[in-house]
Design a binder for this molecule. Structure first.
Ligand SMILES: *Cc1c(COP(=O)(O)O)cnc(C)c1O
Length: 401
């Protein structure tokens, strides 16, 4: 068996360096715990950026995947398959919507939402051809495709990938007046994360999402909520929009929808909006495949029961109470978040986010830094209170050292 050091060196020599992983090589996992090739165990406080909301190897999800693997895995959308109808009905119902357009990755679903909004703008709203605009927020993260990075404000994500796709207006996140100013007769959609994940788990000011809802409705503009990271239980509700009693026109879902097993994403909306597509106008070879539908159906079934949302709310209250105490020590300069999801700004004097993450790793806790000295905490929703407390103790130790 090669050591983790050898495996990392080989991977470094033979892969593009578009990531800078922590120096750990994982080989198995269960629930909230992961094990590396040397047999060391780590508490997972990242949960695959919320793709693992239900933890590693959830028995209901692996059972659904295994059963489907032995029956039918791929048909392409050239034919119908027997899991598709149920998947669409149940996911649409979970969202309080009518129709589903399945894709695979989050970025593909965002691209699909952009195409949906533009087509709706031309066909339904009557925007002159080629003029459609979509308003987005400063600090957004919606994925990595060329169109999506065209409206990123993160230079690292955007630089050197031009020429950029036009048609996007960027406004400050959380600023309703700026948004109202930016919307004009050519605006087809406002695309937002209800909580900005990559930006450091930024929760918008109270009333913002409700204000966006009101404004978009009044101006005949689609409100597209990218709930790829904030949705499916993470914040203590099925969708983060629910915290303000808001239902957008379009949900964009991904990450946890695939149960941490397969990539599954979707655009979920009304029949009127998704009805703009006709055969041949959009598609994906793998989108809505039987294996994806089987796993996502089980994810939807689990969310229909509501236990994971309740758990995220309860444990989230506990997490935020503990982090508030830490913030009182002065070693933490800011804490934000909702539910089982937090951005923790560490005093830069204690080290960069990367350095803190490496020290936590040495203590048996896996997290990921974002933007300088911010640590993101997003454990699987199935984590026990004892394990969460143990992880928080390790964070306290690292910050005290
Ligand atoms: C992760 C993420 C995406 C992109 O998803 P991929 O599956 O990585 O393409 C888009 N939007 C948000 C809010 C995300 O967190």
């Amino acid at each position: 068996m090669p050591t983790s050091t050898e495996l990392i060196a080989t991977a470094d020599a033979h892969s593009a360096h578009n990531y800078h992983p922590l120096p750990v090589v994982l080989s198995s996992a269960e629930g909230a715990w992961m094990t590396d090739v040397e047999g060391r165990r780590y508490l997972d406080l990242l949960a695959g950026y919320s793709a693992l909301n239900f933890g590693h190897g959830h028995p209901r999800l692996t059972a659904a995947a295994r059963a489907q693997l032995d029956r039918l895995t791929l048909t392409s959308r050239a034919f119908h398959h027997d899991r598709f109808a149920d998947f669409c009905v149940r996911l649409a119902r979970l969202c309080g919507m009518e129709a589903v357009l399945p894709m695979n990755t989050g970025a593909e679903a965002v691209e699909t939402a952009v195409k949906t909004a533009r087509k709706w703008g031309y066909r339904v709203k009557g925007v002159p051809d080629g003029r459609a605009r979509i308003v987005v927020a400063d600090g957004n993260f919606h994925g990595r495709t060329t169109t999506i990075v065209s409206f990123s404000t993160d230079e690292e994500a955007r630089a050197d990938y031009g020429p950029y796709t036009p048609g996007f207006t960027i406004v400050p996140y959380g600023d309703l007046a700026a948004l109202a100013e930016a919307v004009d007769e050519d605006t087809v959609a406002v695309l937002l994360e209800p909580v900005q994940g990559e930006a450091g788990v930024l929760v918008p000011p109270p009333g913002y999402l409700a204000g966006v809802r009101e404004l978009t409705r009044a101006r005949n503009v689609l409100f597209i909520a990218d709930e790829i990271q904030s949705g499916l239980g993470r914040t203590g509700r099925t969708f983060a929009c629910e915290h303000e009693g808001v239902v957008p026109d379009v949900y964009v879902l991904g990450k946890a929808l695939g149960g941490g097993i397969v990539p599954v994403s979707a655009v979920v909306s009304s029949r009127a909006v998704l009805g703009v597509f006709r055969p041949g106008e959009h598609g994906s070879t793998f989108g809505g495949n039987p294996l994806a539908c089987a796993v996502a159906l089980e994810v939807v079934a689990m969310l229909e029961e509501g236990d994971h949302q309740r758990r995220a709310a309860e444990l989230g209250d506990h997490l935020h109470a503990e982090l508030a105490l830490l913030a009182g020590t002065g070693r933490v300069t800011g804490v934000r978040g909702r539910g089982l999801w937090a951005g923790v700004d560490v005093d830069p004097a204690l080290g960069t986010g990367r350095e803190i993450s490496e020290r936590l790793m040495a203590e048996g806790v896996l997290v990921k830094d974002t933007h300088g000295s911010t640590i993101r905490i997003a454990p699987p929703l199935v984590i026990s209170k004892e394990d969460l407390d143990w992880g928080l103790d390790r964070l306290r130790d690292v910050l005290a050292a």
